[in-house]
Design a protein around this ligand. Structure first.
Ligand SMILES: [Zn+2]
Length: 255
């Protein structure tokens, strides 16, 4: 174990460091395919989402390459000495794992939507409708900025009439936009069909808020962000498209 390194703050960093150490001690050669993600998850006793995040970290360090439909390949041997700058900066960053971030959003925004259903004014509803109109246009012209999606989620937060909740929702969104881990995850995603599915999710959320149904709004937002998580995981999958969904079983949430 390298003792001079920064102590990992996030679970994916801990797992990333463990995998790094294992690669240093293993007989894997450059070009070799590494064990499947599922095996790593089972062996280390963590969810596949965390393993995926750890692999993204190693990918950003240019040690492994995740090839769609094929697997994870070693493209560079980890450094033999104790001063690997890339490892140090991967451990020193405050960047949260993309799936951990999604889980935080899901917990926060489902309750934000619930409260919004009790507080929303006519003006808020108009703002949400406008955001969905913009989202439709974004999808039609294959605009990748997701401006309508963002405005829709912000409009829901604003409908709570609580500026702290608005700040929290915006903060999580901005973290994502500035996250190298998030960008790396997205670089694996080429398909755009999922955006139409998310638009339907958004319409369900709007309808529940408009009808002033807090429980339905919470559930609709929860399901929407569950769909987003599943889609991100599936679309960035490198070897097992028939994934069985046990991913979040380590953190089941009853609603
Ligand atoms: Zn959305």
């Amino acid at each position: 174990m390298i003792s001079t390194l920064t102590k990992p703050k996030r679970l994916y960093q801990e797992i990333g460091l463990t995998l790094y150490e294992e690669l240093r001690q293993s007989r894997f050669a450059v070009g070799d395919r590494l064990p499947p993600e599922r095996d790593i998850a089972e062996r280390l006793g963590v969810s596949r989402a965390v393993v995926r995040e750890a692999l993204i970290m190693l990918e950003l360090m240019e040690l492994v390459e995740i090839r769609k439909g094929s697997g994870i390949y070693l493209i560079k041997q980890p450094s033999e000495d104790t001063s690997d700058n890339k490892l140090e900066s991967s451990l020193d960053t405050d960047d949260a794992g993309p799936f951990e971030m999604m889980q935080a959003r899901q917990l926060l925004e489902s309750h934000v939507a619930e409260f919004a259903a009790t507080q929303a004014t006519k003006k808020d509803i108009v703002k949400m409708r406008d955001a969905l109109e913009l989202e439709k246009q974004n999808i039609d012209v294959l605009d990748h900025k997701h401006a309508g999606d963002k405005l829709f989620h912000f409009a829901i937060a604003e409908a709570t009439q609580n500026s702290v909740l608005v700040d929290l929702v915006k903060d999580l969104w901005e973290r994502r936009e500035n996250s190298p881990m998030w960008k790396q995850l997205h670089s694996h995603i080429t398909d755009q069909a999922y955006r139409k599915k998310w638009l339907i999710d958004h319409e369900k959320i709007l309808s529940a808020i408009q009808q002033k149904k807090p429980d339905a709004a919470r559930l609709a937002m929860w399901r929407h962000l569950e769909n987003v998580k599943d889609t991100l995981l599936m679309l960035s999958e490198h070897q097992d498209p028939s994934f069985d969904g046990y991913l979040f079983s380590s953190n089941p949430v009853q609603i």
